[in-house]
Design a protein around this ligand. Structure first.
Ligand code: GDP
Length: 443
């Protein structure tokens, strides 16, 4: 996600950073490019305009232009503005009401509403240990209720028994009663979708909301539909008291504009991002991390979390501490490579690791995941000293390492360059305070 936007912005900022001094004209020219990049990414026009105006105003300030690292500062301003536009803080579900807390899911047909209902139910019942009941109110789409029941079985969450012919409002009533009587913490209502926004749909949503008094009303929108997603969100938020948005298909090659416009247009936070068809493909939406991803600074926190799922907790913490200090040696890189293989190869991690994005293109060209194995062999051929101090590796040592690992000096150079890029990116990230969230995460 955000690939093309990220590439475009990366180009603009590389040029800014590359210059020692910046004039107001340089900044303005760069901001014009940023504006075009945002519009091409499908960001709504007023949102892009506001964004660029805000950033320009701050960036042409004398303190910025006269500072030692003006380019870096401008990027930081853009980063912060991106975080602000995405909603600043992470937004949790607010379910702190007398149980059952009702979560009502709304959205157009095909947006991923039913899938997302089950994903959230899975998260609530697994991670948060809540007792969850799901009910489908979709009587329009054939087999919609059965679809939810099937997903319920899959994620081990109860669904309300289906009574053929019952209407949405009555199903909602029955679901509420069942949830109360049977002591459920959360009731998830998957409402009917339509192909387009229409009044009958809105009236039905309102009637259900009146009966169920939801703690959360989440709008599910398909991020791949770009500007349409923004229009749909506008329509829904005008008529239904939404509490948040879920963007699905963020795994697709969406241009990202929907995500960037959503908060500004609806005034409601994005709470989750759907990142695949599987039931675990749901991520809490962290504006800070997403802004980092867009600016190609990687998403260290998500990476560490993901890593923590597949490796020992201790390892993850050790790695995070090293990253935070800006120390990152060949042993760490080796650990990373092994994890990458475990976590599904290069593709899965692209864009998460600082500096990895650039390295990834080169790696793919060089043979994709096979390269990971070669790199492991090269690090295996290094001495203990070389691993902890890669700067020791001179021409002679490179030849030895290449021989020992059955690779070429060129391959060794590539590995060293990748390590260099990653550690630079991490230092940069640290300077910009992106590591704060990481430290908080690890307590
Ligand atoms: P509904 O009509 O809104 O209830 O949509 P569904 O939940 O039935 O989803 C429609 C299709 O989109 C299904 O094939 C889902 O597997 C798929 N889908 C839902 N969310 C995502 C997502 O985040 N990523 C991807 N790739 N597919 C998704």
């Amino acid at each position: 996600m955000f690939d093309s936007l990220s590439d475009r912005l990366g180009g603009v900022f590389d040029r800014l950073r590359g210059r020692g001094a910046l004039t107001e004209a340089d900044v303005r020219a760069a901001m014009r490019e940023v504006r075009v990049a945002l519009l091409e990414a499908d960001v709504a026009l007023p949102v892009a305009r506001d964004f660029v105006d805000r950033v320009t105003e701050q960036a042409v300030g004398h303190n910025v232009l006269r500072s030692v690292t003006p380019g870096q500062q401008v990027v930081k301003i853009v980063h912060d503005a991106l975080v602000a536009i995405l909603g600043a803080d992470e937004s949790e579900l607010l379910l702190d009401v007398t149980p059952p807390a009702v979560v009502m899911m709304v959205g157009l047909q095909g947006s991923g509403k039913t899938t997302t209902t089950a994903k959230i139910a899975r998260r609530l019942s697994g991670r948060d240990r809540k007792k969850v009941l799901m009910a489908s109110l979709d009587v329009n789409r054939p087999a919609a209720q059965e679809q939810l029941a099937t997903l319920g079985t899959q994620v081990e969450v109860a669904t309300l028994p289906i009574i053929a012919g019952q209407q949405p409002v009555d199903i909602a009533r029955r679901a509420l009663q069942a949830a109360k009587l049977q002591g459920y913490d959360v009731l998830m209502l998957d409402t009917a979708g339509r192909l387009h926004v229409d009044q009958a749909l809105m009236d039905e949503m309102k009637a259900v909301a009146d009966i169920a008094d939801p703690a959360e009303i989440l709008l599910v929108v398909d991020s791949l539909t770009g500007q349409d997603a923004v229009n749909v969100a506008q329509n829904f938020s005008d008529q239904v008291p939404l509490t948040g948005v879920v963007l699905t298909r963020m795994d697709g090659d969406a241009r990202g504009g929907a995500a960037l416009s959503m908060r500004a247009v609806t005034g409601k936070p994005i709470k989750f991002a759907g990142t695949g068809e599987k039931m675990d493909a749901l991520e809490a939406f962290h504006p800070e991390r997403v802004a980092g991803r867009i600016l190609g600074m990687g998403d260290v926190v998500s990476l560490v979390e993901r890593a923590a799922e597949s490796i020992q907790q201790e390892d993850a913490e050790r790695m995070a501490a090293k990253m935070a200090k800006g120390q990152f040696d060949m042993n760490d890189l080796r650990g990373q490579l092994a994890q990458m293989r475990r976590m599904g190869g290069l593709g899965a991690l692209a864009g998460m690791m600082p500096g990895m994005k650039k390295a990834q293109g080169a790696l793919q060209q060089a043979g994709g995941d096979k390269v990971l194995i070669h790199m492991d062999a090269m690090i295996g051929s290094m001495t203990v000293k070389e691993r902890s101090k890669p700067e020791l590796i001179n021409a002679k040592r490179k030849i030895r390492i290449a021989k020992g690992s059955g690779t070429t000096v060129q391959d060794v150079n590539k590995l060293l360059k990748m390590h260099q890029e990653m550690s630079t990116a991490m230092k940069k990230l640290k300077k910009m305070g992106g590591i704060k969230g990481l430290m908080a995460l690890l307590g």
